[in-house]
Design a binder for this molecule. Sequence first.
Ligand code: HEM
Length: 321
Amino acid sequence: MDSHHLVVLVMATIFMIPTTFAQLTPDYYDKVCPQALPIIKSIVNQAILRETRIGASLLRLHFHDCFVNGCDGSVLLDDTPFFLGEKTALPNINSIRGFEVVDEIKAAVDKACKGAVVSCADILAIAARDSVAILGGPEYWYRVLLGRRDARYASRDAANVNLPPPFFNLPQLLASFQSHGLDLKDLVVLSGGHTIGQSKCSSFRDRIFNDTNINPNFAATLRESCPRIGGDSSLAPIDATPSRFDTTYYKALLYKKGLFHSDQELFKGDGSESDRLVELYSKDPYAFARDFGVSMIKMGNIKPLTGYIGEIRCNCRKVNY
Ligand code: HEM
């Protein structure tokens, strides 16, 4: 190799490192802004004290961010003249929430870090982890990986295509998760996110009127506040303990008391691999806690922007200029 080629090769290698090989790390902000993580935890804590449900809403925001073009903070962007954002996509409209808490966190970390250091995408990952650990207890804590950057673009169409709806069956749910590099175990364990939070009647109406794989008393009770016509946005808890991150969700599936059709698809009592996982998590909170953290890290690794790609937004709702 002559010297000219050597120079080209070295330059190419140097320029490739930040983009191709950059990886998320747990200590990303330790040197540049050590206050960031404690500040986020304290704001999430206060927000949950004001309204417990917000922890569930923050967890869901991270999921909806990651499944649409990767964990890049795109879910937080408002519509612009150049693109329609994800907030008005069908699975999100009048449903995803928590944007004010994200704004509050962003303002506080930017002040403490003296500038835009922490990305909006990382704020979502940290707030999701903190919510889980606050509502579930210390065994649900996991080391979140960091160093994501923020997208300069969002797509309503991509959100409509990539977020699984509650009427999906098991093969459809699995195909959706596999399209993001996740497997059956990730599907079953991450669906455990439904151990917290609330749902609108319109998301489970079809199940309580038409499904057969449902406990009849459970369906009848839900029909009282979620009639065939009207009451679209009346809320029901997704499991019996919607403010506790625990294994109640899996126990409910064993009794055909999953709120969404997609939840009950994970347990049909036919001895499948999926059934086996639901049974395991219903009995073993430690297995659930451990596997939930592992799968959240896997989900958090979906196509992050790193190196020189993307930006660190100053306002999570808008691209920088
Ligand atoms: C497996 C496919 C999934 C489907 C079909 C699904 C569907 C839904 C639906 C329809 C709602 C209620 C929305 C509404 O009525 O406003 C909901 C709520 C929720 N989902 Fe999922 N979800 C899935 C996976 C996940 C995952 C992977 C997580 C997190 C790890 C998650 C966390 C949540 C939380 C916490 C809520 C409650 C939010 C709140 O109270 O604000 N979901 N989901």
